[in-house]
Design a protein around this ligand. Sequence first.
Ligand SMILES: NC(=O)c1ccc[n+]([C@@H]2O[C@H](COP(=O)([O-])OP(=O)(O)OC[C@H]3O[C@@H](n4cnc5c(N)ncnc54)[C@H](O)[C@@H]3O)[C@@H](O)[C@H]2O)c1
Length: 335
Amino acid sequence: MNILVTGGAGFVGSHLVEKLLEDGHKVTVIDDLSTGRIDNIRHLTCDKNLTVRIGTILNEQLMSKLVSKADFIYHLAAAVGVKYVIENPLRSIQTNVKGTEIVLELAEKLSRGNRRKKVLITSTSEVYGKNEKIPFKETDDRVMGPTTISRWSYSCAKAMDEFLALAYWREKRLPVIIVRLFNTCGPRQVSDYGMVIPRFIEQALRDKPLTVYGDGRQTRSFLYVDDAVRAIVSLSKNPKAVGEIFNIGSSERITIAGLASRIVTMTGSRSAIKLVPYEKVYTKGFEDMRHRFPNTAKIHGLTGFRIRYTLKDTLENMIEDARIRISKGGAKACC
Ligand SMILES: NC(=O)c1ccc[n+]([C@@H]2O[C@H](COP(=O)([O-])OP(=O)(O)OC[C@H]3O[C@@H](n4cnc5c(N)ncnc54)[C@H](O)[C@@H]3O)[C@@H](O)[C@H]2O)c1
């Protein structure tokens, strides 16, 4: 199959591309390298089934060429990470709303007869906002903060992507699948844009204090990227997933302070753990969600999907990856 992966040089995208190539597909990546890195896919570039285009999904002419050749589009390109979204509010909204609209519009326009192009949209657990329910079901309410707090724009933009995708399915019969990824992590994820595990690991490996934002009692569940990719691919093959939304996440929950002390122990670090008020890191009045934990009965019921990696496995793999990255200065071999 001819597959287009937007954001394919990003963290999740690069692992997905690896899997799709392994499965024998012809894969085209489009990425503007705003948060992604060519190093993430350098080891794949000698594969004759991979084409990489550096450019933006906001370039309709380029996207038209790429979408026209694709049977299936995994749409991952987005402005991602709390820190990045707060620092780049306009660019984030444009990429996350307009970019998705371009993908959906072209997929519909360039579909021929019965050969409908299929689109999988990567949404996020952020769409649930400040709802304090544990766990979240796909049909649960969204609870948003005010528009003056720019972190909520990410949640709203991704929710608009979902509305758009569902509208294309209902009105135009464009087959779409929506996945809501909960905190996904693994090798190649970097700390630059506000991702907590890579940041803690780097701090621990450098014997610097692990900075826990807020009171540290907020909880999260962390999904290993290989599990996320398996879940995404299993849904993309299932005709009953079309027009549906699925939570994808881990069933192990941990406080952020607990996560920090686990990483200190696992790395053998001499680091202390330091609580830092949110407003010192982000803007005044910053709001976070207390808990974020998925109900994954829907994906399990449809595909039988279960996670394979525990949090311990996840942390071990990420610590190993960070040690290699730090010792080699980030360089990766070309194939
Ligand atoms: N990692 C997570 O915990 C998580 C959680 C929820 C949802 N998601 C979603 O999964 C997807 C992938 O996220 P990720 O964690 O791999 O982040 P990432 O930043 O590594 O990947 C996003 C990729 O999109 C690219 N990109 C951004 N704007 C672009 C544009 N205009 N044109 C082309 N490429 C562009 C970036 O360069 C990057 O490679 C995103 O849609 C994100 O919202 C991720």
